[in-house]
Design a binder for this molecule. Structure first.
Ligand SMILES: Nc1ncnc2c1ncn2[C@@H]1O[C@H](COP(=O)(O)OP(=O)(O)OP(=O)(O)O)[C@@H](O)[C@H]1O
Ligand SMILES: [Mg+2]
Length: 373
């Protein structure tokens, strides 16, 4: 007598294969989704949920695409057109509306054994970070070209400026009996000093950074910056609170450059605060946002109680020469950005009018290379 088996052997092998395929899709580091001809979701993996920022629901499979992806009408539009177009996109890009993320995607049709189209699939990847890196690269090239020119001009202007200052000083001493003329000369000297400061900053900004990398205690750089900032800008009654716990990882960084970085942030905070309120600096251990288990890093947050910034201002603060201050050169934050980049770190700000400003600097414990431009 033949033994009854619950399923023919061939189907069982099929089951193993199905499971295997499911695992492949689930483990892919691309977003994958597939849908049937009538627009219902047939398959979606974890990565896809993550990129689209939508919570998985147990009954998603079988639901209309338009429902599952209702937060992304631009994706639904692309998917809906897939059965109508002759040439399907291979390596096209799309910006997701709510998050601004850029995805790179490929579309493919799904055929049955008889060659009939029964659905379609989409493979995609979040390209936002790739885009950011390219943008950084482009900015670096641009700055290198502009920088060479600016450095040459600044260098030429430095000597005549110093000459003007010295000669005006000499003349002022010679006309001790003409107070009005003396006042004019004092003004000339003040203006020349200011121009000189701007030239110095331009030179500092355009000079390539060569980091003197050493194992650095971030707290030390912060404390030196608090002292140094006092010599640059009067802070009046502004209180500074430094909350940096002991035991944070040391970072591979340039102590001098990091001090400059925090000094620039502090002087901005003091200038924004008009002699009142509190600036808080905290540091915590964190991870870089650069891969699955990002590199170990230290996050420094500097919060002020100043007037904050509008979105238009906040969007431009890191651009060289952008300033809203009558005496500003607009290079403070451009230099900050450059130092952060040289340390392979990241910087962002949270601000709104009337809400103060928090600048967040994330510095990896290890840099990729020792020095950079
Ligand atoms: N903490 C802050 N609060 C409010 N606005 C700020 C703050 N930090 C920077 N800003 C805005 O960003 C602009 C650019 O800052 P940045 O430090 O680059 O240049 P600056 O301070 O104007 O001049 P410089 O630093 O060269 O003397 C400032 O003019 C200001 O409008
Ligand atoms: Mg500044």
């Amino acid at each position: 007598m033949r033994r009854r088996t619950s399923r023919p052997a061939s189907t069982r092998r099929g089951d193993v294969e199905d499971a295997f395929f499911r695992h492949i899709v689930a483990g892919m580091r691309n977003g994958v989704l597939a849908f049937t001809r009538d627009g219902r979701l047939a398959l979606i993996n974890h990565e896809a949920y993550g990129i689209f920022d939508i919570p998985p629901r147990p009954d998603d499979l079988g639901r209309p695409l338009t429902d599952v992806l209702h937060a992304h009408p631009e994706v639904v539009r692309v998917l809906n057109s897939v059965f109508d177009v002759h040439l399907l996109a291979n390596r096209a890009e799309l910006r997701l509306r709510p998050s601004g993320k850029v995805i790179g995607y490929t579309l493919a049709l799904v055929h049955d054994d008889g060659g009939h189209v029964i659905g379609a699939s989409m493979f995609f990847k979040d390209l936002t970070r790739v885009e950011q890196l390219e943008e950084r690269e482009r900015l670096r090239d641009r700055l290198a070209a502009v920088g060479e020119m600016a450095a040459a001009i600044a260098h030429e202007v430095k000597n005549p400026l110093a000459g003007i200052e010295v000669m005006a000083g000499l003349l002022r001493r010679r006309i001790a009996d003409a107070p009005e003329a003396q006042q004019v000369l004092t003004d000339i000297i003040t203006e020349a000093k200011m121009a000189n400061r701007i030239v110095q900053e331009v030179l500092e900004f355009v000079r390539p950074i060569r980091l003197q990398v050493d194992r650095t205690v971030v707290a030390d750089a912060v404390r030196s910056a608090v002292q140094l900032a006092d010599t640059k800008v009067p802070r009046g009654g502004v209180a500074v609170e430094v909350d940096v716990p002991a035991g944070l990882p040391l970072i591979q960084g340039d102590q001098h450059q990091l001090t400059q970085l925090f000094t620039n942030l502090l002087t901005n905070a003091y200038e924004a605060m008009d002699g009142r309120g509190r600036v808080t600096i905290t540091a915590t251990a964190t991870r870089m946002d650069d891969g699955e288990l990002g590199r170990e890093a230290v996050l420094v947050e500097l919060t002020d109680q100043g007037p904050g910034m509008s979105t238009e201002v906040a969007d431009r603060v890191f651009s060289p020469f952008f300033t809203t201050k009558p005496q500003g050169s607009g290079l403070g934050l451009a230099i900050v950005r450059k130092i952060v980049d040289a340390h392979d770190g990241s910087i962002d700000l949270q601000t709104a009018p009337g809400r103060g400003t928090t600048i967040r600097v994330t510095l990896p414990v290890t840099t990729i290379d020792g020095f950079t431009n």
